[in-house]
Write a protein that binds this ligand. Structure first.
Ligand code: DX5
Ligand code: ZN
Length: 214
């Protein structure tokens, strides 16, 4: 299982320390939440902070854009070190074009679905994408509780991927902890994002190890 700690829950006053912690841990990716205060009711951090993070990271950056009209910034996020760039289905009128633009920049393309968005909307794009990000909370904030309907959506996504012979990975984001990690993997999740559960724990390195081995 791929584990991606969400830097949204890091201590921004000690960002380098927290980046080094993830570097030294068994985590696989850095999950980077970009929020614009329009698509979601919160503003997280933007380019200068990501630039600072990228100077110290030794693992792939998994960038989750919660912004309207993400096409404006695709090449910017490539320059900032993004390896996987995920846009929201709900924020893209011409999703196919957006996905191609991400891939043309040499990044892996992900599409995120809000909790209320049915998996079936991906039917005609699933063969073009590298990752499906299933939101298991409403995007905008860390520390919210996990929505149980996500298990069903993981199974549906798995079926859709198999039917289309797609190689897309399934990532689950929001409210992930040791209480649901194993069940999520059993349901078919390939990657788990964990923010507050990792960074609010006493020993984040140990917590990452525990999640990885669940
Ligand atoms: C929510 C973000 C998540 C968030 C997860 O909008 O997309 O990545 O940081 O945080 P936790 O793990 O605390 O739910
Ligand atoms: Zn996220």
């Amino acid at each position: 299982m791929i584990l991606a700690p969400s830097m949204l829950a890091a201590d921004f006053g000690n960002l380098q320390r927290d980046v080094e912690m993830v570097n030294q841990s068994q985590a696989d990716w850095f999950h980077i939440d970009i929020m614009d205060g329009v698509f979601v009711p919160n503003i997280s951090y933007g380019m200068p902070v990501l630039d600072a993070i990228n100077k110290h990271t030794q693992k792939p950056l998994d960038v989750h854009l919660m912004i309207v009209d993400p096409d404006r910034y695709i090449s910017t996020f490539k320059k900032l070190g993004s390896e996987i760039l995920t846009v929201h289905y709900e924020a893209c009128t011409h999703l196919h074009r957006t996905v191609q633009a991400i891939k043309n920049e040499g990044m892996k393309a992900g599409v995120a679905l809000n909790p209320h968005t049915p998996v079936l909307v991906l039917e005609d794009i699933i063969q073009d994408i590298d990752l499906v990000l299933l939101m298991s909370v409403n995007p905008g904030f860390g520390g919210q509780s996990f929505i149980e309907n996500t298990y069903k959506k993981i199974r549906q996504t798995k079926e859709l991927i198999a039917k289309a012979n797609s190689k897309a990975l399934i990532e689950v984001d929001g409210g992930v902890s040791d209480k649901n990690a194993k069940q999520l993997v059993d349901a078919g999740a390939d990657a788990l994002v964990a923010g507050s559960f990792v960074f609010n724990s006493e020993n984040p390195i140990e917590t990452i190890k525990r999640l990885k081995n669940s």
